[in-house]
Design a protein around this ligand. Structure first.
Ligand SMILES: O=C(O)C1=C[C@@H](OP(=O)(O)O)[C@@H](O)[C@H](O)C1
Ligand SMILES: C=C(OP(=O)(O)O)C(=O)O
Length: 448
């Protein structure tokens, strides 16, 4: 069994490097796709080989949970992961509590699987995950016949009485959430009949793409200006199919912003996933005047992929529309760092979902910047960042609040701040981007 994050606190001091950042690198596999590949392969019949799986803490939790449900999951010496699934409906009741660690994706997607199998299970997580809302999945999943007992506000730990013959759901998402959409679709796999999900604003579609890859019938139609209707035919014969996981654009984001900010830098990241429902950050950075070049655009394992080169240069303020939020939902903390370094006043609109991530990322990002001398405000659900024109004061200690993306964002801010930026704990970076600090050091960053 893999090791899980040690409770050891790992502080960091980030300062400007002696020279530019440079290099040609790869980042670890996409987290969303990695979770899904283990889950779907565990539900399918036969042997799936996964190349490029993210070996981050969050994904290792999913691997453990799927093993507890009866899938055989092994890591080969060459880094490939092999999953042997028993086929849809054949999961076994877990003997013990399923601990999903820090991972909202693992907990919410798994809730869809557990609700639609006739078994009793209990799911928990770390202190961050136990604070996050789960009613957004237990409410729709109750309609399939499952029952849930949770703490106040529907929070983990959560006890699930699943059903062997779930009813197919027809659900309109009240929030733009790929996790909720995926939980409903996963429950629909074991239901006879058609499951239908309406999303008023399109969110990442890795579940839809991968279900098709495994042989399910999934239709996607436009809904209004930005939405979609997804339908899934229940009880498909899910058959094992190999998977190639692209580099995670949400991890590449930190390296890219660092390269854009540190003078003279140029860094290429090969094999980054470029699914259009994930690339809002790149659009926003281009709106700021960033020099981002994509080469070798191709399709690998059913997902668009390319090599991205980020070259440093002056950035100016940006007004990011709320409609872009679903395609860059995890990237606002690091975009705020770019906006703090840029010239002019930036506004990011419609950030209500940031309040329910690993931390309240809206208030935590404000705190990250303020403690380092950057002026920032929140108006309703908008964040307003007053750019310093390349003169971020720094000198603060950032509280990471069990949130990997805050730790990495703070480390990037320190690379261009006038005084050292301290980070109270970088241990949670391992949830999504193991090896981040050494990769950054390899391209020229200096951390103490
Ligand atoms: O489906 C997924 O893999 C994810 C969806 C997003 O969450 P929401 O569905 O809560 O927006 C995102 O923030 C998370 O990192 C991964
Ligand atoms: C929000 C995130 O993940 P999750 O919801 O899976 O914890 C993230 O990785 O930024």
């Amino acid at each position: 069994m893999e090791k899980h994050a040690s409770p050891t606190v790992r502080p960091l001091v980030s300062t400007p490097p002696a020279g530019p950042l440079s290099g040609v690198i790869r980042v670890p596999g996409d987290k969303s796709i990695s979770h899904r590949s283990l889950m779907f392969a565990g539900l399918a019949r036969g042997r799936t080989e996964i190349t490029g799986l993210l070996e981050g803490e969050d994904v290792l939790r999913t691997a453990d949970a799927m093993r507890a449900l009866g899938a055989t999951i092994t890591r080969e010496a060459d880094g490939r992961w092999v999953v042997e699934g028993q086929g849809l409906g054949a999961l076994r009741e877990p003997e013990d509590v399923l601990d999903m660690g820090n991972s909202g994706t693992a907990a919410r997607l798994l809730a869809g699987i557990l609700a639609s199998h006739g078994m009793v299970s209990v799911m928990t997580g770390d202190a961050s995950l136990r604070r996050r809302p789960m009613k957004r999945v237990t409410d729709p999943l109750s309609a399939c016949g499952a029952t849930f007992v949770a703490r106040e506000g529907g929070r983990l730990p959560l006890c699930i009485q699943g059903v062997a013959d779930p009813k197919p759901l027809d659900y309109r998402l009240p929030v733009a959430s790929a996790q909720v959409k995926s939980a409903v679709l996963l429950a629909g796999l074991n239901a006879s009949g058609t499951t239908r999900v309406e999303e008023p604003s399109a969110t990442r579609d890795h579940t839809e793409n991968m279900l098709r890859h495994f042989g399910a019938t999934v239709h996607v139609a436009p809904l209004g200006e930005r939405g979609r209707v997804v339908t899934l035919e229940g009880r498909p014969d899910l058959v094992a199919r190999d998977i190639l996981v692209p580099g995670d654009p949400s991890s590449a984001a930190f390296v890219i912003v660092a390269a854009l900010l540190v003078p003279g830098s140029s860094v290429t990241i090969n094999g980054v996933g470029l699914n259009p429902l994930r690339t809002g950050l790149f659009d926003s950075l281009r709106d700021m005047g960033a020099d981002l070049v994509i080469e070798n655009a191709r399709v690998e394992g059913g997902e668009p992929v390319g090599d991205i080169t980020a070259t440093a240069g002056a950035l100016h303020a940006v007004d990011v529309p709320a409609a872009r939020a679903p395609s860059m939902i995890d990237e606002y903390p690091v975009l705020a760092v770019a906006a703090a370094h840029a010239s002019g006043v930036s506004r990011f609109r419609g950030l209500e979902e940031l309040r329910v991530k690993e931390s309240d990322r809206l208030s935590a990002t404000v705190a990250l910047l303020r403690v380092n001398g950057v002026e920032v405000e929140v108006e309703g659900d908008d964040m307003i960042v007053h750019g310093t024109g390349g003169a971020v004061p720094g000198g603060g200690t950032v509280e990471t609040r069990m949130d990997h993306r805050l730790a990495m964002s703070a480390s990037v801010l320190g690379l261009v701040a006038r005084a050292p930026v301290r980070v109270d704990d970088t241990a949670f970076i391992d949830t999504s981007f193991p090896g981040y600090l050494s990769l950054m050091t390899e391209i020229g960053a200096e951390f103490g």
